[in-house]
Design a protein around this ligand. Structure first.
Ligand SMILES: NC(=O)C1=CN([C@@H]2O[C@H](COP(=O)(O)OP(=O)(O)OC[C@H]3O[C@@H](n4cnc5c(N)ncnc54)[C@H](O)[C@@H]3O)[C@@H](O)[C@H]2O)C=CC1
Ligand SMILES: O=C(O)[C@H]1O[C@H](OP(=O)(O)OP(=O)(O)OC[C@H]2O[C@@H](n3ccc(=O)[nH]c3=O)[C@H](O)[C@@H]2O)[C@H](O)[C@@H](O)[C@@H]1O
Length: 471
């Protein structure tokens, strides 16, 4: 046996991970044919759209797809053909938190992974390397192997690898082109190591060898959950400190700067905010909590659960501060919410803090104007409906207006809430905003991006996360 030379890759799942990841593989490996398949026809149509109106917004992605699509990168709904032809298959399907049944609210819903695995088992007529790209609980590869082995045909062997993805949305292309590391987990058998080498040799086309880490399968799976938990823990820690700053007069940016200078702590990921969002931090920590409980480690579970609870507290604290500052009532008051995506440079709204804030403002009977440069209006309505299932959409649409610009959103508002750190919010013509707002005009900066002193000179009353009210 020696490592298989991969010439055809199939990726199951054309989402935020499968799409960008395999587009970059195609870019860097012109000798490999990459086919990304998905059951969602409209998503595949968007990936194939003649004017490159791709289903996800990600800086630099369109350029990569323009260079590769039709050359060695293909998008298709023909999942079976993709599987049949490939030597190596990435499973990059969604693994959301389970909504019902055992582990509801914590455990990962592995139904999509299982369905994709069963499809591979049913369709494959030759040996395949099957790569877990989705974020999954520790030992999922074992379940995949059992399903594949139980259903494989003669002369058909499956090697399972774990290759979690560490890209962040908004910087995905850069993260993929220059990853801090690529992690590959395999069984430590000769076959497992051969499969690992096959995948490593694909990445070696553009990633320095010393950044390709090879470990055991279970370590690889757990490392992904651990990385997200540690990143989220930093944000919850800095957000917890932001509450102390507000109470004491310290400034969270100064504190973060000071502690980040310690090379053991480092400066990144210390930005206090209205709370972390995104499809993965909360889901993966809850997954870790569930894993800890399943291993009869309640203290460990409670430790990680606190990271999510602190995040919920931060969001709640922020909306309470808005209500308190606006003289303890926002009923009938117009509030402009700038930003709806969970972070800048993405159109993704999954678990966005903005959704929680707006739900809180709706419950306080405020009128809300929303502006986001990337999120489609239908997505905003869908998210608001999901967040407040008891409020009919027609009632929400009376209370909420989606605006075409930040300036329009702020018109006649009593308060502006900055929920996402879009760069364009730093460059707003605040004098003009002030002229068209009700007075006193309030700004609540949930991302610490505005120059509070300058805005106060214009006349605004400014409240910033992690800073006491100005006297
Ligand atoms: N979004 C992110 O930034 C990151 C996500 N991850 C992980 O990657 C995985 C995928 O995440 P996203 O790409 O964000 O999800 P997504 O929801 O954007 O994409 C998943 C796609 O898989 C498709 N799919 C599901 N079952 C299928 C099947 N049996 N056959 C064909 N297609 C199928 C869905 O239609 C969907 O388009 C998750 O496990 C997530 O935790 C990891 C790192 C970063
Ligand atoms: O598994 C995943 O899905 C990915 O999750 C995160 O990536 P992502 O959620 O796309 O974006 P981040 O930049 O990590 O931001 C997450 C949230 O934390 C917030 N954040 C981030 C950094 C910070 O200092 N402060 C802060 O509030 C962001 O605004 C955002 O709401 C991780 O950074 C990726 O490594 C990981 O692959």
């Amino acid at each position: 046996m020696s490592p298989v030379k991969v010439t055809k890759i199939c990726c199951i799942g054309a989402g935020y991970v499968g799409g960008p990841t395999c587009a970059v593989v195609a870019l860097k490996c012109p000798h490999i044919t990459v086919t990304i398949v998905d059951l969602n026809q409209s998503r595949i149509d968007a990936w194939n759209s003649p004017d490159f109106k791709l289903p996800i917004y990600e800086p630099g992605l369109e350029d990569v797809v323009r260079q590769t699509r039709g050359r060695n990168l293909f998008f298709s709904t023909d999942v079976d053909k993709g599987i049949e032809e490939a030597d190596l298959i990435f499973v990059s399907v969604n693994t959301p938190t389970k909504k019902s049944g055992i582990g509801a609210g914590f455990a990962a819903d592995l139904n999509y992974v299982e369905l994709a695995t069963r499809r591979i088992a049913d369709v494959a007529k030759s040996s395949k390397i099957v790569v877990e790209k989705s974020t999954v609980p520790c030992r999922t590869a074992d379940a995949m192997r059992t399903i594949l082995d139980a259903n494989s045909k003669p002369n058909c062997r499956f090697d399972i690898l774990s290759n979690p993805e560490f890209l962040a949305e908004g910087t995905a292309i850069n993260d993929l082109l220059k990853p801090d590391r690529v992690l590959i987990g395999s069984l430590q058998t000769p076959q497992g190591i051969d499969a690992c080498n096959s995948l490593a040799s694909i990445y070696a086309n553009w990633v320095p060898k010393d950044r390709i880490l090879t470990v055991g399968l279970w370590s690889s799976e757990l490392s992904k959950l651990a990385a997200n938990a540690m990143l989220a823990q930093r944000i919850s820690s800095v957000n917890a400190l932001s509450a102390i700053c507000e109470a004491t007069g310290a400034n969270i940016d100064e504190v973060a700067h000071a502690i980040g200078f310690d090379s053991r702590i480092g400066p990144k990921f210390l930005k206090a905010s209205v709370g972390f969002g995104g499809s993965c931090f909360q889901k993966d920590i809850l997954n870790l909590v569930y894993l800890s409980e399943s291993c009869h480690l309640p203290e460990v579970a409670a430790y990680w659960r606190q990271v999510v609870e602190m995040n919920d507290y931060q969001k709640r604290r922020f909306s309470t501060r808005v209500v308190d500052t606006l003289f303890k009532t926002i009923t009938g008051k117009r509030i402009a919410v700038l930003g709806f995506a969970f972070k800048a440079d993405t159109g993704d709204t999954r678990e966005s803090a903005a959704i929680t804030l707006i739900r809180d403002f709706q419950q306080e009977k405020a009128l809300i104007n929303i502006y986001d440069p990337q999120v489609p209006h239908e997505q905003i309505w869908a998210d608001l409906a999901e967040a407040s299932p008891d409020i009919p959409l027609a009632a929400t649409q009376k209370q909420v207006t989606i605006c075409a610009s930040a300036i329009e959103a702020c018109k006649n508002a009593e308060a502006v809430v900055i929920a996402t750190e879009w760069k364009e919010f730093c460059d707003i013509d605040w004098e003009s905003v002030y002229a068209h707002m009700k007075k006193p005009a309030f700004i609540f900066d949930g991302r610490i991006i505005v120059d509070a002193d300058r805005l106060r000179k214009i006349g605004f009353k400014v409240t910033v996360i992690g800073r006491a009210e100005a006297l």
